[in-house]
Design a protein around this ligand. Sequence first.
Ligand code: PEP
Length: 251
Amino acid sequence: MSARKKLVAGNWKLHHDRAASVELAKAIAAGLPSSQVEVVIAPVFTSLDVVRGAIAGTSIGLSAQDLHWDDSGAFTGEVSAPLLKDVGCTHVIIGHSERRQLFGETDDRVSKKLGAALKHGLVPIVCVGETLEEREAGRTLEVVLGQIDAALAGITKDALAGIVIAYEPVWAIGTGKVAKSSDAQEVQAAIRKRMSERIDAGAAQKTRILYGGSVKPDNAAELMAQPDVDGALVGGASLKAASFLAIVKGA
Ligand code: PEP
């Protein structure tokens, strides 16, 4: 069995006002099993402050869904790592496929955001994944490992151990189509091998690699039983405490 602690993160995307966010956070905190699973929730920016209050004194981590790489400056609409730390964030999601596809996120930006998160002590959850077209063309590993190489350029072995990678096939996000656990394992083992070869084998053994894409209570346990699947990044099923907690219990 792997020594890596399982991590289940809920990405609430653009859902829930402050009141609904607090209600959901409190319900998750109240139902958390006393297992060894690490739990992180990622509300919208405007709910971060109240959710921090709602989970105070619990082991739940607080994540933002994005950040800017500079600390401050003329960047209208952006939020930086020091401000996320100031509001109580412990984690930050970087390079989610919705940001890559809808908001022009590039590999270069992902790499800069990763550097900013590490500089300020936020745990980055770096998302990678192929589209359906790329998978059908047999390009899954080329695409995913290319995203890994770009994101982790210049990362030291000491930093690598503290980074979380989320393998999220784009065709599985919000579609109800989950990857076969053997496919998730194959890609995630390839990610770990690449990090071992390019950065450091010992550190790569410590890096947690999550699977994301239509994770639900009925498929979570099988996915997370794979040797290189160290947890889940959950979208839709994280919006209800009962389904999110069921996934946590399956980890
Ligand atoms: C996600 O947004 O990261 C995600 C995996 O979404 P869903 O679980 O809804 O597919």
